[in-house]
Design a protein around this ligand. Sequence first.
Ligand SMILES: Cc1cc2nc3c(=O)[nH]c(=O)nc-3n(C[C@H](O)[C@H](O)[C@H](O)COP(=O)(O)OP(=O)(O)OC[C@H]3O[C@@H](n4cnc5c(N)ncnc54)[C@H](O)[C@@H]3O)c2cc1C
Length: 309
Amino acid sequence: MPDEDNIKKIIDNSRIRNLKIFHDINLRKLLTFRINADISSLIIAEDTESLRNIIKYLIDNNIEYFILGGGSNTLINVQNKNIAIIKLGRFFDNIDFKEKESISCGAAYNTGRFVTECYKKSYNFAFLAGIPGTMGGAVSGNSGAKYNSICEFIDAIECLKIKTNNIILENHKLRKNDFGYRFLNIKNLIAITKIYLKKEQMEKELIFNEIVERIKNKKNAQPLNKFTAGCFFKNPLNANKTAAELIDALGLKGFRYGGAGISKKHANFIENYDNASPMDIYNLSKIVLGMVKDNFNIELENEVKLVGF
Ligand SMILES: Cc1cc2nc3c(=O)[nH]c(=O)nc-3n(C[C@H](O)[C@H](O)[C@H](O)COP(=O)(O)OP(=O)(O)OC[C@H]3O[C@@H](n4cnc5c(N)ncnc54)[C@H](O)[C@@H]3O)c2cc1C
């Protein structure tokens, strides 16, 4: 694998149209953890063709990459300088309501805006209210709340897939077994570019009330004004306690490691309290995993995506 300087040179020499390339970019702008440290390379692909071409180019040159949305469910190890971060640009930032009971949006469309625009057209996605990030990120992790998650309402996704060394654009009809609690699992998927949803319309006032209620509950229960990436761990499926309840039972609320700490408000949120490094957050998450395993014999699974660890 090429080293950091070589990777930068290879990326600079890609000669692919409609790309924006940046080096030594601070993560504060890219992750909701607001980590103050630089990543090596950020590439913004402005359209599907440039996205396809840059991914193919990176694969051909043996350079690791990661597709980042709004960075609200991701932790990147800045010590690992060999990963190129790719974001989707303007072409993917749109929404469309052409047909009745059908909605389509680009993968870079902001999830909060999605909830609001859908509300204006009488579609209820209140369960997504208060969730930061992009629709691509939401679909990739099947984001949602207790009773609903986004993939239930998806008819199909337009996506890039890798097939016999080629990257092709495909419309993938979503099937029930493609997704589950906080995951989407589609073979050979590389990037989601567009999302097609189906939903019945309903009375706007009811939707409005649900959105207000959801945001109120979220504000009460979660540290929304702190630097976090949402719930760090998934709730264990075969246990009668949530991840937060398990961590809380260990007395870990407020426990700190370096600049990171377990939120005092919600035990499943790790906060960047004081200039935390990615390693601070990562090590703290490992401590939690170990303690939950030792005390309850439960292996928690990360909900936050760890990149380059
Ligand atoms: C305060 C707070 C509250 C939150 N509350 C909730 C909640 O109630 N429910 C919930 O489910 N989540 C919640 N989250 C977590 C997070 O906001 C969601 O998971 C969100 O949908 C992630 O979107 P993102 O664009 O930020 O994804 P990112 O963090 O950028 O990426 C997450 C994953 O999606 C992948 N991805 C992103 N875009 C694409 C794409 N175009 N194609 C393929 N893969 C892609 C990435 O590779 C990565 O694996 C919360 C987070 C915060 C900070």
